[in-house]
Design a protein around this ligand. Sequence first.
Ligand code: ADP
Ligand code: MG
Length: 569
Amino acid sequence: MAVIGIDLGTTNSLACVFRKGRAELIPNGLGAYQTRSAVSLLEDGTVLTGAAAAERLVTHPETSAASFKVWMGTERTVRLGERDFTPEELSAFVLRQLKADAERYLGEEVREAVISVPAYFNDNQRCATKLAAQLAGLTVERLINEPSAAALYHRQAAGSGDGQMMVVDFGGGTLDVSLVECFENIIEITAIAGDNRLGGNDIDQAVARRFCQENGLVLEELPPAAQASLLGQAETVKRVLSAAPAAVMALQTETGRWSFTLTRPLLRELCAPVFRRVGEVIRRALQNHGRESRVDQVVLVGGSAQMPVFGDFLEELFGRRPAVAAQPGETVALGVGLCAGIKERAQDLRDLVMTDVCPFSLGVATYSHARDKTPHMAFLIPRSSMLPASHQQTFYTLFHNQRALRFEIYQGEGYYASENLKLGELEVQVPPGPPGEQSACVTFTYDIDGVLHVSARSSGGDYRDRLILNPRLRLSGEALEQARARLEEVRLAARNEGDRLLTERALRLYEELPPTRRDEAAWLLQRFQIAEEGDRIEREKARRALAEGLDRLEEWLHRDPFGFWPEEE
Ligand code: ADP
Ligand code: MG
């Protein structure tokens, strides 16, 4: 049975398999490698994922969701129509789709996956990812940090030599910067820094805001559909500007029509605050590394890495142009595919060793003296420790005849325990005695798969240990079955994704076009719908006409009205 690798992205998700000695991306029902991480509930109660669901963010914002990865591991839920969904459930829909696509492509059942997560993800977020997979009927044997995957693939594909690589992964919603030491067959992540709220989305936001500012509007005060349309258009024109010098956005609501032209210099200006934050994360990664930070090579991955202005920014920062992976949006997935190959112990990869670092500190709450009221942290595994890591520390009683030592286990960087994320607790009995006489030795072992093993042995011989997973992940047996059943009720929408996407896209464009051009979209769509009753050739003709017509309308919508913009500088 095949193990697949999954890059579960904020914006796009991909699946990959290791076959015949190489990582092979798995196409979805549309023939594309990237599946939009978007979900939309249809009127008949089924759920749509991918590009068609993303189109519905504009036309049906109240039953559609995207970017839910940023809420993974939090209590926040998303309401779609009548029902609330957790971020894990929404991710499970995307995973279910990827699993189904992989099964169709491979012609066999897929039950196991290796999934990548941002290096910056904390334990809650990692466990939420595993839970999402379980809900989708996948067992996750291993989570891999996205930059590790990227480095792994880059090294294999580009055959880059030994040395220090900096991987800058600039996606839709997250930024990860990692230093990776490559030496012979060892790939070792030596430092990481990241921001899980920084990505191409921020640029889209900035563009949409500028649109509003120029037109005397306030983004938040617009109807949800108008906001979604503006953000969608901002994303489109941003991508257009990777090739063209200018592009146009327009918004039509009941109260008016507005437009705006985005040029490269303006985009550069809007990106500046976002890039400044990127620069800070890069500096933090170098600081975390500590040692003399020589960077031999900078590798850019992630969809936003394709922006020429981003390359310019990094060139200024490093004094040389970074290497951009051939398909920056696919690098992580290909690396996860390689990793799935390692998982399967595929011959070709047997010699490769990968080590990772712990992205956060782990420790217990401790009191300095008997009157101490606010416990602070004793860190057993400091951030950036090489994994697997294991450390011990001894703690002593503070009170006379104290009968037990209780350890609250936390993750985070705050000095006070209360600033950090509590993972669990453990208590061992001690024989009575004067303060400081009895003690307990606590051991933390943290492994690459994100499972923390904590044990404590007291001087009285009492021993306790536990595996710390997220409480939600401990949803075992019955509870998990219930959660899965709840989700199973929501079936994936019927196939024929190409037609579905065309229809959703036509409906979205219809809303975005000025009334003078709307009829064209409506006419194309009607013709397509009528042809659905006809024979294959008719259907295929109408399908092509619709696709071409929509491309034409979309191009028209964003075209620079003056037809010419001088190249900057
Ligand atoms: P994630 O890993 O967060 O799912 P990706 O790595 O797939 O995201 O990157 C998605 C981001 O890349 C989006 O913000 C998208 O707008 C942006 N993007 C994709 N292609 C381009 C392009 N050609 N130019 C600029 N930005 C792009
Ligand atoms: Mg990504």
